[in-house]
Structures are given as C-alpha cells and as structure tokens.
Write a protein that binds this ligand. Structure first.
Ligand SMILES: C[S@@+](CC[C@H](N)C(=O)[O-])C[C@H]1O[C@@H](n2cnc3c(N)ncnc32)[C@H](O)[C@@H]1O
Length: 181
C-alpha cells in the first residue's frame, strides 16, 4: 500500500515540478513563529516539497525532514539549495508505514497535513523536555468523515501527555501546538 502511496504522491509532485513552493510557515502556526525560531533543531515529517523545512532553516533551525515521495524530497532539496540553506537541512525519503526513522531528540517536531496515529508515541519521544510539537491534519469537523481525517477532539487526546499551548478544529482541519514537560 505504501508503494502505491509513493507512486500517487510522486505523480502529484511531478505535476507541480515547474514551480517550487515559497518557503513559508503555515498560517495556522503563524503566532508561534518566535517559538519555532528559538529551536536549535527540528524534525519535520511528511515534508512534501519542503516549504516549511526551508522556512525553518532560513530561521536558523537545523531541520531533518522525511517524506515518502522521492520527487517531493528532490524538490525540497532543490528549494533548500536555491535558498542557500542546504547545509541546514537533512532531507530524505522514508515510509512511515515502517515507523519513524531513528534519530536524536530535537527542540521542535512539525507535521503539516499528514496523520498517522501509530507515530504519535515516537513523535513525542523525539522531543527534548521543553520541546514543541506542531501538528495539523485533515479533520472531520466541518467536513465529511473520511479515512484520512481525524475525529473531533482527536489531536488533544492523542497528545494528552504534552502540555497543549493551543489547538483548533474546523473547516476540515485540526491542529495542535503542545510542549513536552
Ligand atoms: C498533504 S501532503 C502535505 C505535505 C507538506 N507537509 C505540506 O504541508 O505541503 C502529505 C504528505 O505526506 C506524504 N506521505 C504520505 N504517505 C506517507 C508515508 N507512508 N510515509 C511518508 N510520507 C508520506 C506525501 O508524500 C505528502 O508529501
């Protein structure tokens, strides 16, 4: 199934290959920009074409990022090089159906618009004490139920072991920012 996922996402990223994204912080996390900037290092899962990864690197945050799509990873690396932050980014292919690749703890873990609840424990374990998790996913709130959508209230419950700073859900998207004590 993951092989099918990789093919599906490769096709999607190939279709947009002409235009690399602009490095950016997703709007929903904008108020946490200073908190994110204060991190020394970060892990991004499902980084896609690297807009968030490269934004973090431009803020001085060394960022490790993974995605299943080799096409997206190539675009993310190109975006990092174009913005002269390739040395601050380690971007690689990984299939999270096989778990989270091993690595050391970081100050910040980010995941924008991807959800695999089987990774929750591993994501928390990758945070240093005091570190921050920022996650957003498709939600059933304000949208039809769907296989890849989180149920109402799911993110705060899934990460109840963290101290929630803020969360929201509506218009088909749920998000959470929380710290590890
Ligand atoms: C909706 S996109 C979000 C991409 C990026 N975070 C963004 O905000 O633009 C979901 C991403 O999850 C990746 N993905 C899907 N299944 C995956 C898996 N099993 N392992 C790793 N990445 C996966 C896709 O390749 C895609 O880049």
């Amino acid at each position: 199934m993951a092989r099918g996922d990789a093919h599906h996402w490769d096709e999607k990223y190939r279709a947009t290959a002409q235009a690399l994204p602009t490095p950016c912080l997703p709007d929903r996390f904008a108020r946490f920009a200073d908190l994110f900037r204060s991190a020394a290092d970060a892990l991004e899962i499902a980084c896609g074409a690297g807009a968030f990864t490269v934004w973090l690197a431009l803020q001085g945050v060394h960022t490790t990022a993974f995605d299943i799509s080799a096409t997206a990873v190539a675009q993310a690396k190109e975006l990092a090089a174009e913005n002269e932050v390739a040395d601050s980014c380690d971007i690689g292919v990984a299939d999270f159906d096989e778990g989270l690749p091993a690595g050391s703890q970081v100050d910040l873990v980010v995941c924008n618009m991807f959800r695999d609840a089987s990774l929750d424990e591993a994501l928390v374990a990758r945070l240093r004490p005091g570190g921050t998790l920022a996650i957003a996913a498709l939600s059933e709130v304000g949208a039809e139920p769907g296989r890849f959508r989180v149920a109402k209230g799911e993110l705060p419950v899934s990460f109840v072991m963290l101290d929630a700073l803020a969360s929201g859900e509506g218009d088909g998207i749920a998000w959470l920012v929380a710290t590890r004590h």
